[in-house]
Design a protein around this ligand. Structure first.
Ligand code: SD4
Length: 335
């Protein structure tokens, strides 16, 4: 049976390719940027210093998993970063609750959600992966686990974050606003960003990823976004590639975004096209909502080709490999 049906399908593809003009074919076949591993990519401009830290591990022949953990700890520690880690904006009750997850080349993964008083949720997520039979710990249990493993209990609400929260309380009527980051800072503005998602391929060709955030500013207490959810905020399949997301987590969860991107790459789509299709699904399901929110996906495949796509303008991602250390690329977008 090769079959007649298969032959007809292939002939049809051949015929339609012939029908395309030469320039159209050339356009279709342009490959995405490829890079010999090691390579690390991450979301937004704060990905540049994060990639630098990850690169220190990769250039010595270290493991991608160690690289992504070290990398995303940089914005987690940054006192000027109010969307990731210790200086993140609080929820509407004034609690700083952090979300993070990590995934390695074997498909192992670990995650913490709504963890309080711990500055580096990504490292707790890694310990959940390595020291427990579980994948995800939340809230008090996640903090208890972190404290038992020697993490320091810290007050995370900074004076600046507290001031911003109190300002918000004056007018917000105690009601969370989706994508408030976008409302305060218009799409395209350099402050219009939130989560760091990082993907790395090490010298052995193995892929790992990490994702960490303080989530939506002034959210309901207990709200968890996409970032700590394997398949939503992050997914890695060492045979295919990895993907991560940033923006309104609710829409990413609804579409299991990062898993979708990896599966689309498995079917042969380039990283950018896979990200674009995932963005299009969100827009197709909720076109009116999509007009006012940001979601961006970033992906890399096993060959080291990378790409991104977002709903709104303003999304950027950072790339670091042996050739280029501080590359910031403007992501394409629907709007
Ligand atoms: C989340 N993707 O928690 C993260 C970041 C964010 O508004 O806060 N977006 O949904």
């Amino acid at each position: 049976m090769f079959n007649r049906r298969k032959f007809i399908q292939l002939s049809a593809v051949g015929a339609s390719l012939t029908a395309l003009s030469k320039s159209a074919v050339a356009k279709t076949l342009i490959s995405p940027p490829a890079s010999t591993p090691p390579i690390v990519i991450s979301t937004w401009d704060f990905g540049i210093p994060a990639n630098k830290e990850a690169w220190k591990v990769l250039e010595k022949g270290g493991r991608a998993l160690d690289a992504v953990e070290a990398g995303v700890r940089v914005p987690e520690a940054d006192m000027n970063n109010h969307t990731v880690g210790r200086a993140g904006y609080p929820d509407r009750d004034g609690h700083v609750t952090l979300d993070a997850c990590i995934m390695d080349e074997f498909g192992n993964c670990g995650s913490v959600a709504a963890i309080e008083n711990i500055a580096h949720p990504i490292s707790v997520a890694r310990l959940v992966m390595e020291k427990t039979p579980h994948v995800m710990l939340v809230g008090d249990g996640a903090r208890q686990f972190a404290l038992e493993h020697g993490f320091k209990r810290e007050k995370l609400l900074t004076a600046e974050s507290e001031k911003a929260w109190k300002e918000w309380l004056k007018t917000a009527k105690y009601s969370p606003v989706m994508n408030i980051e976008n409302k305060q800072h218009a799409p395209g503005n350099k402050y219009n960003h939130d989560t760091i998602g990082m993907l790395a391929i090490d010298a052995k060709g193995n892929i790992s990823g990490a994702c960490t955030t303080s989530g939506m500013a002034f959210k309901l207490h207990g709200r968890v976004g996409d970032s700590p959810i394997i398949g939503a905020g992050l997914y890695v399949d060492n045979e295919v590639g990895g993907a991560t997301s940033t923006g309104v987590g609710e829409e990413v969860i609804r579409n299991v975004g990062s898993f979708l991107v990896v599966e689309l790459m498995r079917q042969g789509l380039s990283p950018e096209d896979a990200c674009k299709e995932a963005v299009n699904r969100i827009i197709k399901k909720k076109p009116e909502t999509a007009k006012n929110i940001q979601v961006g996906f970033l992906a890399i495949n096993k060959k080291g080709e990378y790409g991104a796509y977002a709903i709104q303008q303003g999304f950027s991602f950072a790339v670091c490999n042996a050739d280029k250390q501080d590359l910031l690329i403007k992501g394409k977008s629907f709007y």
